[in-house]
Design a protein around this ligand. Structure first.
Ligand code: SDX
Length: 446
């Protein structure tokens, strides 16, 4: 008689810290004790590493809704409270007081830099922003109308073909160089993808510009005239990069970790992360959210789309709404909304119909029982598209900018995984529901 359920008992009597120490899983007549691990903050975990050996059974959690895939010290999200910490620092304080390269240093090394460390880090990143000149020829193989994300996936993966001297993952020095190269070259490749798509010449980075101004110049300057990045827009873009830098074990970060667990080189791992980020349920939502706002078009059309989103038979979802972890307002969305207003004001955009639709859509949704019951709030992708469009980026570049910002998170998580003494190749198991063994049928008998 196969057991149809198991009982997991967690000691609930008050015990000395760390509470509780173990859980007992009872399956049929058999009970196994599973250690419980406690973090600094946030949920504890039941260590099931020995479950299969002790019970012959796997756990089952498609989508990993209740599964911790790793221990990490980088980013923490309290989804119920709407809190996001990078190495313990609240995202709103980092976005308010620091710049993106300071956040890169913090995520990568674990501490805020001193003035000297920041200057040295800025210098090192700045002097890795150029890409190998032969990459230009690599770009020319693409159709002009290729989606820039397809160009990013390919060109980042191709970096391994140009930078052999930083692909040995067992050499700490090469890991560091590859990481700095990734942070530095991501904006250059992104700008090249944009320029290639619009048929304008590539623009080389300039070492006397900050990260965001350099990126704006590589995207929007042309050889025929001087260009100076608008300081308000550059600050806004720098803040947008901070907001997108890392986010625990999201789908693309988990992809990078899984690819890295096989020993693949960091450029290949980041390319895998970019491929995963492209999906509309993930980083592609900013492009999809702006398209959705365009489809809604006017405030009067909102009720029709809200009804579609609530209709179980309609696959339509409000893009930029909902989140696996946030069951409260995404703290990044609040800052994104403020940034959207700043950018539109700076550009003298008095009434952007898309912003009007977004604000009214948010207001209606946040008062609708369906969204309240399912705890669906705007996420980071809801307002980013409006801001990026106002800056002059086409929707096809929105997820590319997300990838530029998330590169530091991916590479920091990749480094943490490589340095983890418990690290081994990721290899999930499955619940097999296919055919039992059967004999081969010759063609004549089929
Ligand atoms: C990012 O993981 C991360 O950290 C990601 C990210 C990061 O920084 O890396 O934060 C970036 O990817 C943000 C999310 C961007 N995606 C979107 O905005 C796309 C629209 N959102 C949904 O597709 C959805 O909310 C997800 C994918 C974001 C989350 O999906 P979950 O956690 O698997 O939740 P679910 O799909 O199971 O939804 C729970 C319920 C469902 O209804 P029931 O089946 O329970 O009846 O809520 C409904 C869903 O139908 N629902 C929505 C909805 N999102 C969820 N209904 C309408 N519109 C939506 N947007």
């Amino acid at each position: 008689m196969t057991p149809t359920s198991a009982t997991l008992a967690v000691e609930d009597k008050p015990v000395e810290k760390p509470t509780p120490a173990a859980a007992t899983l009872t399956v049929g007549q058999k009970s196994v004790e599973l250690p419980i691990k406690h973090g600094t903050i946030g949920p504890s975990v039941v260590d099931i590493g020995k479950l299969y050996a002790q019970t012959g059974m796997f756990t089952y959690d498609p989508g990993f809704t209740s599964t911790a895939s790793t221990e990490s010290k980088i980013t923490y999200i309290d989804g119920d409270a709407g809190v996001l910490l990078y190495r313990g620092y609240p995202i709103d304080e980092l976005a308010e007081h620091g710049d993106f390269l300071e956040t890169c240093y913090l995520l990568f090394y674990g501490e805020l830099p001193t003035a000297a460390q920041k200057a040295d880090f800025d210098y090192r990143v700045t002097r890795h922003t150029m890409v190998h000149e032969q990459m230009n020829r690599f770009f020319n193989g693409f159709r002009r109308d290729a989606h820039p994300m397809s160009v990013m996936v390919a060109s980042v993966g191709a970096l391994a073909a140009f930078y052999h001297d930083s692909t040995d993952i067992n050499d700490p020095w090469q890991r560091e160089v590859a990481s700095i190269r990734m942070i530095a070259k991501a904006p250059t490749l992104a700008a090249m993808a944009f320029k290639y798509a619009i048929g304008q010449p590539f623009v080389y980075p300039k070492n006397d510009l900050d990260y965001a101004s350099n990126f704006l110049r590589m995207c929007f300057s042309v050889p025929c005239e001087d260009y100076k990045a608008n300081a308000v827009l550059a600050r806004a873009l720098d803040r947008i990069f901070i907001l997108h830098a890392d986010h625990e074990q999201n789908a693309s970060t988990s992809t990078v970790r899984l690819a890295g667990s096989s020993g693949a080189n960091p450029f290949a791992c980041i390319a895998a992360g970019i491929a995963c980020l492209w999906g509309p349920a993930h980083g592609g939502a900013n492009e999809a959210a702006l398209k959705m706002l365009g489809e809604i078009g006017r405030v009067e059309n909102i009720p029709k789309f809200i009804a579609k989103a609530k209709d179980k038979n309609d696959p339509f979802r409000l893009m930029g709404f909902g989140h696996r972890v946030y069951k409260n307002y995404d703290p990044r969305a609040k800052i994104m909304q403020k940034t959207a207003h700043e950018v539109l004001n700076e550009l003298g955009v008095k009434d952007d119909p898309l912003l009007d639709v977004a604000i009214e859509l948010e207001r209606i949704a946040l008062h609708d029982d369906y969204f309240i019951e399912k705890k669906l709030y705007p996420n980071i992708d809801f307002y980013s598209g409006i801001t990026l469009k106002a800056m002059g980026f086409p929707t096809s570049m929105f997820t590319v900018l997300f990838a530029v910002a998330r590169t530091v998170g991916w590479i920091a998580q990749w480094k943490e995984m490589i340095q983890d003494p418990e690290q081994k190749i990721g290899r999930p198991r499955q619940l097999y529901t296919g055919s039992p063994p059967r004999e081969y049928k010759p063609m004549g008998n089929r």
